[in-house]
Design a binder for this molecule. Structure first.
Ligand code: FES
Length: 126
């Protein structure tokens, strides 16, 4: 069996939603101290719906595939739904990741959570 699923390879080779949103109203950046990989998520939210999402990932192939899939899973969704996105759901949508690569999908969950928290705190500050 191949180590990585077709979907992982596809999202690694052709990541969706790569880049920066200049007028993002939720930004989250997380890193994994062990591997040194870093992921940054940008959200553009209007009326509590994620209108746009982009990411920059300095990391391994699984981290890139996980961020790409995670952005696809939350785009167009309400904030409350995106809050519930787990790394397991990301890994499942990718048709699985090897056990020792599951932490890469955790980075995607954390980056989205962090961007959503940023959005919520900006909202309160308004
Ligand atoms: Fe660190 Fe994949 S090896 S995120």
């Amino acid at each position: 069996m191949a180590l990585y699923s077709e979907k992982v390879m596809d999202h690694f080779r052709n990541p969706r939603n790569v880049g920066v949103i200049e007028d993002a109203n939720g930004i989250g950046e997380v890193g994994n101290a062990k591997c040194g990989d870093i992921m940054k998520m940008y959200l553009k939210i209007e009326d509590d719906i994620i209108q746009d999402v982009k990411f920059e990932t300095f990391g391994c192939g699984s981290a890139i595939a996980s961020s790409s899939m995670a952005t696809e899973l939350i785009k167009g969704k309400p904030v409350a739904e995106a809050m519930k996105l787990t790394n397991k759901a990301v890994a499942e949508a990718l048709d699985g990741l090897p056990d020792y690569k599951m932490h890469c999908s955790v980075l995607a969950e954390e980056a989205i959570q962090s961007a959503l928290e940023d959005y919520e705190s900006r909202k309160k500050a308004d």
